[in-house]
Design a protein around this ligand. Structure first.
Ligand SMILES: [Zn+2]
Length: 360
């Protein structure tokens, strides 16, 4: 009698069993919290989570990604990437990490421009905001959220500054504040290293700032990126360097929503979370959407692959990365800010950063 055991099949069986059980348990827990989740959706914080859930979808369009590659100087970027790789000082970094580092530099210094107030055609830069108006909702290809109206203090001419959300339009205008910067940067970053993968993350902060993260295969973790500041892997930039006080920081990638507050907010700069939204309710809302994302992922996989392959993919692409990051966020050592970073926020006027409590 043969006692041969197909270990590879056995391993798959165990993985599939785990994925099935886990999804059932998580769905049950989410169902029992449903009424509480629905009630808390009236809070502004939960609305913000809801609106960002699928924010990465706009970076998945193949046509948009092609346009991003057309808009940048690829030859220049890759030449610098090659040089960085040859000079390699951090042996943990892979080729992709050098692409990200170079894109941060290129985007800030050669591509995008920060704008507080647009300058006046008369040449004066003494321009200030006088109001806002709504865009034409019937015809809004640039996905403009609001149009700021600025006035020249010298010739009194009024200049409109539309706040554009369409990342492809931003490849053309190349101006804005942190929202536009992150929006356009993420499109290019996805085109260079993230197409079809779950390794790009939009990071939203309740105190009016956004940044991003990417999953580094070299460092084997999610790495902080602030395109406006050109800063790589400095999680305490906001609290320690800018002196910014924050309540919540939430990350949104393709397959997960993650509470990153502990990663970015130091104890002394932590705004009491319950003054914004009850932390246990926020946790339940995030859990609810993560269950939904896992379920959607499975449904989508089943429409393409076999039942077995779909459960395996749910395990490998959703559950394993979530488990790894959960462990990582728990054990993360106290990070420190590099001493070579200049103090305070580098983008925006002195008055503006001061008013926002970001002047260090
Ligand atoms: Zn003027």
């Amino acid at each position: 009698m043969s006692t041969d055991i197909d270990y590879s099949r056995l391993k798959d069986d165990l993985i599939i069993e785990y994925a099935k059980k886990r999804l059932i348990i998580e769905k049950k827990a989410a169902a029992s919290n449903l009424s509480e989740v629905q009630r808390s959706m009236s809070l502004q914080m939960m609305k913000s989570i809801y609106t960002h859930l699928n924010c990465l979808e706009s970076y998945e369009n193949a046509n948009s990604l092609d346009k991003a590659l057309d808009a940048i100087d690829l030859a220049k970027i890759y030449e610098s990437v090659d040089r960085r790789e040859q000079e390699k000082t951090n042996t943990k970094l892979n080729y992709d990490d050098f692409v990200v580092l170079e894109l941060l530099r290129y985007f800030k210094h050669d591509f995008f421009k920060w704008v507080n107030s647009p300058s006046c055609p008369c040449g004066s830069t003494d321009v200030s905001t006088v109001g806002v108006k709504r865009p034409d909702s019937a015809n809004n290809p640039d996905q403009i959220s609001i149009i700021e109206i600025h006035q020249c203090q010298k010739c009194h001419h009024q200049i409109e500054f539309p706040r554009i959300n369409n990342p492809v339009s931003l490849l053309r205008t190349r101006t804005g504040r942190c929202g536009e910067w992150v929006n356009c940067f993420l499109l290019i970053l996805t085109a260079l290293i993230g197409e079809g993968k779950d390794r790009i993350r939009y990071v939203w902060n309740n105190e009016d700032h956004v940044w991003c993260e990417y999953y580094s295969s070299g460092l084997r973790r999610w790495v902080h990126l602030d395109p406006c500041e050109g800063v790589f892997d400095e999680t305490l930039l906001y609290c320690d360097n800018w002196g910014k006080r924050m309540s919540y920081v939430i990350g949104f990638n393709k397959n997960s929503v993650v509470d990153l507050s502990k990663k970015y907010i130091t104890k002394d700069k932590q705004i009491d979370q319950s003054s914004v939204a009850d932390p246990s309710k926020v946790e339940k809302v995030i859990t609810y959407y993560n269950v939904k994302k896992a379920d959607d992922y499975l449904t989508q996989s089943k429409s393409i692959y076999s039942e077995r392959e779909s459960w395996k993919a749910l395990y490998t692409d959703v559950f394993v990365p979530r488990n790894l990051e959960r462990g990582e966020l728990r054990t993360e050592e106290e990070a420190t800010v590099s001493s070579d970073l200049p103090k305070g926020r580098q983008t925006g006027s002195v008055e503006w950063t001061k008013a926002r409590g970001e002047d260090g």
